[in-house]
Write a protein that binds this ligand. Structure first.
Ligand code: ADE
Length: 219
């Protein structure tokens, strides 16, 4: 599954140029018995299998300065701020499991932080790891151009992005908003701001509230 889609496009080019790198370990290679088993039935009964702590511990290897993140729907939700923090750090070690789980003792012993990419359940952590990596890699220095970086700041400022238009100026009877053709930079900026605020208020009242709270407490 790795690098999967991250071997393409922006992240793929950055992987080729060495802006980031990926080391993949197959948990099965750390298995200690002749059947190469990595999981077992849960103590206490129940459906599914649980990844063994001893096998995972061997697969992860010694601790280093990189945080160990376990992708799980039980984790704290990934945010843009968290992605930016991770991108600015020494790297990450990502543990991908099956949803039924990983022996809790491994998470406790390694101080793993659980991270979720949203309130839905995937069959495994790998697609979530790809999402997390994509969100981080695009923030690495030199990976994206100045234009995208500017847009990035707009999301970081807690607003959804304003709508974009390109040629033709009229399509299927739908004209582009006139202000965008006016050449009036201040008016365009004001319109975009207004649109971004309106979208955020109506679609994401949760983000809007955070923004209002921040504005109220700003010095
Ligand atoms: N593994 C399964 N579901 C997940 C989710 N929503 N986020 C992160 N990891 C997961």
């Amino acid at each position: 599954m790795f690098p999967g889609p991250l071997g393409q496009s922006l992240a793929g080019r950055a992987l080729e140029t060495g802006a980031w790198m990926l080391d993949i370990s197959d948990i099965r290679e750390a298995a200690q018995d002749k059947h190469r088993s990595v999981d077992d039935t849960p103590f206490g009964g129940g459906a599914g299998m649980v990844l063994r702590p001893d096998v995972l511990d061997a697969a992860i290897g010694p601790d280093d300065e990189r945080p160990l993140l376990y992708l799980s729907p039980r984790g704290r939700a990934l945010t843009q701020a968290r992605a930016a923090g991770l991108a600015a750090g020494p790297g990450v070690r990502l543990l991908c499991g099956r949803y039924e789980g990983v022996d809790q003792r491994l998470l406790d012993a390694r101080g793993a932080e659980e991270v979720s990419i949203g309130d839905y359940v995937l069959s495994g952590g790998e697609p979530a790891a790809l999402v997390l990596l994509d969100a981080c890699v695009r923030l690495l220095p030199g990976v994206m151009g100045a234009v995208e970086s500017a847009q990035e700041e707009s999301f970081s400022a807690g607003l959804l992005e304003y709508p974009q238009y390109t040629r033709p100026a009229e399509w299927q009877g739908r004209p582009v908003p006139a202000v965008l053709l006016s050449g009036h930079h201040a008016a365009i900026a004001a319109w975009r701001r207004e649109q971004a605020e309106q979208l955020t208020r109506t679609r994401r009242p949760d983000l809007w509230r955070v923004r209002m709270d921040n504005a109220a407490t700003a010095p």
